[in-house]
Ligand binder design. Structure first.
Ligand code: F6P
Length: 324
């Protein structure tokens, strides 16, 4: 196999705090192997539009503490087409790129898996998404920061909920998974958590509220993918059922995606950034580097994409015991 001389790195899909720390680690590890390193702007879109920039050690100085991604990011429908991928390949060749590191979620890895089956350019992936829904890794970059942001926001909501004797439905992100919701529920001592992994939890709300008539303020955390509806829908339904109660909805939205990464996310991103370059130099291809039981692991793209990762029954039990 030809020796890798030029490496490209890009971020793709929803941004996540810690992506910059991962870019920094990739660039500096690449340079330590005497590689030339390039950044591709705005994910697969930049690959198709030939947006490549050289990256040096200095280019990634003072970014470890910054949220977002200095390489920008995008979701790119064109890369799903054969023509789009052909343009991307031609640009990688034009820029003499021998290997690529993608930082993103499962959609980004699906694209990388398809592309590297069609073309002879090796890809390695680093899991970066606040959702924590990637199979094969205990944690994705950005999840810990998002969880801390949610915890802080809910602590604040709790103050006003208690003062006004109010019920709040707080909606958190997570796409089709309840990782943020369950952990935030445990961390904030919420009264209930509604997640996509469990059907018909809405029926329990009435029970929760009636169970303890003296308790007037409740926090219910709703994962955005909850099948019975989000915070606004549930708030309207509960207002009809309990017109005498004061009920409010808060959707935390994209506040969860921004902010300075926690120490854990900076550490994870740095560790996986180094591991991704090491993996390429070790001739590994089409794998995700992940973190399992505090060790770096390598998992083929097709397994991370196909394997469903849902909140564990054990965590749901802990949440059920500790919420009311
Ligand atoms: O995957 C990260 C995520 O923030 C999800 O939690 C959410 O469903 C989605 O991205 C929102 O996407 P967008 O920023 O494109 O609206």
């Amino acid at each position: 196999m030809a020796r890798i001389k030029r490496l490209a790195v890009f971020t793709s899909g929803g941004d996540a705090p810690g992506m910059n720390a991962a870019i920094r680690a990739v660039v500096r590890t690449g340079l330590s192997y005497d590689l030339e390193v390039f950044g591709i702007l705005r994910g697969y879109k930049g690959m198709i539009n030939n947006d490549f920039i050289p990256l040096y050690s200095k280019s990634v100085g003072h970014i470890i503490q910054q949220g977002g991604t200095i390489l920008r990011t995008a979701r790119c429908a064109e890369f799903r087409t054969e023509e789009g991928r052909k343009k991307a390949y031609e640009n990688l060749k034009k820029n003499k790129i021998d290997a690529v590191i993608v930082i993103g979620g499962d959609g980004s890895f699906s694209g990388a898996g398809i592309f590297s089956a069609e073309y002879d350019i090796p890809f390695v992936g680093i899991p970066g998404t606040i959702d924590n829904d990637m199979y094969g890794t205990d944690f994705t970059i950005g999840f810990d920061t998002a969880l801390n942001t949610v915890t802080e926001a809910i602590d604040r909501i709790k103050d006003t909920a208690t003062s006004h004797d109010r019920i709040f439905f707080v909606e958190v992100m997570g796409r089709d998974a309840g990782f943020i919701a369950v952990r935030a529920g445990i961390a904030t001592g919420a009264e209930g958590v509604l997640i996509p992994e469990i059907d018909n939890q809405e029926k329990l709300l009435t029970h929760f509220i009636k169970k303890n008539p003296h308790k007037k303020s409740h926090i219910f955390i709703v994962a955005e993918g909850n099948k019975g509806g989000g915070a606004v829908v549930l708030t309207e339904a509960m207002k009809k059922e309990f017109p005498e109660l004061s009920i409010r909805a808060t959707v935390l939205g994209h506040t969860q995606r921004g902010g300075s990464p926690t120490a854990f996310d900076r550490f994870l991103a740095s560790r996986l950034g180094v591991a991704a370059v090491d993996a390429l130099m070790d001739n590994q291809r089409s794998v995700m580097v992940g973190y399992k039981n505090h060790e770096v692991i390598h998992m083929p793209f097709n397994k991370t994409i196909k394997g469903a990762r849902t909140v564990s029954a054990d965590l749901i039990r802990v949440s059920d015991i500790l919420t009311t």
